[in-house]
Design a protein around this ligand. Structure first.
Ligand code: G6P
Length: 607
């Protein structure tokens, strides 16, 4: 995960930048860089490898203003020319996130004579700010104007050699906070990078821009409105992960999803096509003649597998079975050496998943792939192929951002397998990649529904049971919604494919049984609507998560929440978000221990 550190102070800030980058090392990275203003020049140092190497290169560098960055690029060879900061004329920029319209910006800026020297989307931000400075000489105003043209998710920090002593930072989607102290002001991706110099933190909101000098900080909105943001005194111990403005880790992690997805999908970079190599050097060879996919996982991770099954069979045309790891490891199954065994796990240490993987291998099934959030974990080490999701540390027991990043990874797997099997045209591939790239922004819009969901939550607090309905690829999303509600609010919840309603659960429906329905506009919507009528006719109260263009009218006993964008195949990734928020707010109303629900553990490393 990329990390940003920036400092403007009355003393040499190079050691602060280096220490800050070291504090962000846990996020994972493969190249690092910094830029400072010295003698009226931008001095830039970049290196592929550890921050310690950058530190050695910067040993004699001194400056009072500078920006620094760690970058994790798994697409292609991480290279010095792709490492940040990126420079254009007098300015240097570091960036975290994905710029969706970078190609059109690149065309426009190239036509103006700007020469691109990297493959990154970040370089277009640097040139765009430089170009804006030609008509708007003040750096703050120029960055503000340039940011208004960026589509996507970003946190940036900018310096200008002709305006030394100033740093401009801005965020939309990716995290960024300020650190304030008497002899300097700082910015970073998370508080742990700044504890070395201050505990006084200001969390920037999406759409904020700030100017830092050694003496002062000024914050505005990107539209020019001035804002005040409260100073928060960090209680963070060096090893912990800060809660920031959030009440619970689960809430924080739900809101980190745009960034977690952007970081996970960074592997696709600016490319129009996806190569098998994103799953490991051996992937092209190992995936070439598979005839089946077996997915093994537990809990939430198993639900991501169940969702992927719909994608793999429909788009890649490959049969897929998903099995709960604790069942697979003990049953007598028919081994198939040509099948790809996929172990999905947030922690990479879940005992049942690890044992199921080992069991699969012991049966001679050696084509194995780990989809995991922890690079050094046992499941990753023991699999032939790997994809590391970049959700960042997940603390809340109820898994959220790990789930959506697993889905993103599994969709990439679907595209790779579909391509190998000649089931994907170049145009389809490029359209799906565009959709993936837009996901962080789309999820951000869904998160904006939190206030409406909070109101719904009040109505669940006195309920003892709830039913979740979905169809097709949204049935596993209904299962995940039910699991979330069970885990943290202790309300008994069950998920059913809506078509099964009449085969049993309808007998349970009455005014005390809220029925939550995942109802995106897809081929099954009309069928789902009749299922909903069946519920309504029995006095059941319906809570429907629809798409903006779904024609389901609200009426008495039928509550509708519309997601802003219709998202086709990738819709499950959007539709799970309001279900996470619903269970979180129901748990708040009920006053349960959200992050550590009774009887449950985050990582189940024993059987
Ligand atoms: C525990 C956690 C769940 C998680 C499951 C699988 O039950 O409470 O949130 O989904 O383990 O964990 P894994 O780390 O393998 O994804």
């Amino acid at each position: 995960m990329c990390g940003i550190v920036a400092a403007a102070a009355q003393y040499n800030i190079v050691p602060v930048l280096i220490e800050g980058l070291m504090r962000l090392e846990y996020r994972g990275y493969d190249s690092a860089g910094l830029a400072i203003i010295g003698d009226g020049q931008i001095e830039r140092l970049r290196s592929v490898g550890r921050v310690a190497e950058l530190a050695a290169a910067a040993a004699t560098t001194t400056a009072i203003t500078g920006i620094a960055h760690t970058r994790w690029a798994t697409h292609g060879v991480p290279s010095e020319r792709n490492a940040h900061p990126h420079v254009s004329g007098a300015i240097a920029v570091v960036h975290n996130g994905i710029i969706e319209n970078y190609e059109s910006l690149r065309r426009e800026l190239s036509a103006q004579g700007y020469v691109f020297t990297s493959d990154t989307d970040t370089e277009s931000i640097a040139h765009l700010i430089e170009a804006t400075l030609q008509t708007e000489p003040d750096l703050f105003n120029a960055v503000q104007r340039a940011c208004r043209r960026l589509v996507g998710a970003f946190a940036i920090a900018v310096i200008d050699r002709s305006q030394p002593g100033r740093i401009i930072v801005a965020r939309e989607g990716s995290p960024l906070l300020l650190g304030l102290s008497e002899n300097g002001n700082y910015a970073a991706s998370d508080a742990s990078a700044l504890l070395q110099v201050t505990r006084n933190m200001v969390y920037l909101e999406n759409g904020d821009i700030a100017e830092l000098t050694a003496a002062a900080v000024r914050i505005e909105r990107l539209d020019g409105t001035p804002v005040e943001r409260p100073v928060h005194v960090s209680q963070l111990s060096a090893a912990a992960v800060e809660l920031g403005n959030y009440q619970h880790y689960m809430q924080k992690e739900i809101f980190e999803q745009p960034d977690a997805l952007a970081n996970t999908l960074e592997i696709v970079g600016g490319s129009k096509s996806i190569q098998p190599g994103i799953f490991g050097a051996e992937a092209a060879h190992l995936l070439a003649d598979i005839d089946h996919i077996l997915i093994l996982a537990c809990g939430t991770s198993a639900h991501s597998g169940l969702t992927a099954r719909y994608w793999l069979e429909a788009l890649a045309g490959i049969p897929c079975t998903v099995e709960v790891a604790s069942e697979y490891r003990y049953r007598i199954s028919v081994p198939n050496p040509r099948q790809l065994v996929v172990a999905i796990s947030q922690s990479g240490e879940t005992a049942d998943t690890l044992a199921a993987l080992r069991h699969a291998k012991s049966l001679g099934q050696m084509k194995t792939l780990a989809i995991c959030n922890v690079p050094e974990s046992a499941i990753v080490r023991e699999s032939a192929l790997r994809f590391i999701t970049r959700a960042g540390p997940e603390i809340g027991v109820a898994s959220t951002k790990a789930f959506t990043t697993q889905l993103a990874a599994l969709f990439l797997l679907t595209l790779v397998v579909a391509k190998i099997r000649n089931r994907l045209s170049a145009e389809q591939e490029s359209n799906y990649i565009d959709q993936l790239r837009h996901l962080p922004v789309a999820v951000n819009k869904v998160l904006a529904l939190e206030d409406d969901i909070r109101q719904w939550a009040q109505r669940f607090a006195d309920k003892h049971h709830a039913l979740f309905l979905g169809r097709g690829r949204h049935y596993p999303i209904a299962m995940e919604g039910a699991l979330k509600l069970k885990e943290i609010s202790y309300i008994h919840a069950e998920a059913y494919p809506a078509g099964e309603l009449k085969h049993g659960p309808l007998a349970l429906v009455d005014a005390n049984m809220p029925v939550i329905s995942v109802a995106p506009r897809d081929d099954l919507l009309e069928k789902l609507k009749s299922n909903l009528q069946e519920v309504r006719a029995r006095g059941g109260e319906l809570y429907v998560f629809a798409d903006g263009d779904s024609e389901i009218p609200a009426s008495e006993g039928v509550h509708i929440l519309r997601l802003p964008e219709h998202y086709g195949e990738l819709s499950p990734i959007l539709h799970v978000v309001p279900l996470q928020l619903l269970s979180y707010h129901v748990a708040l109303v009920k006053g349960t221990d959200v992050d550590k629900p009774r009887n449950l553990a985050k990582s189940v490393t024993v059987e």
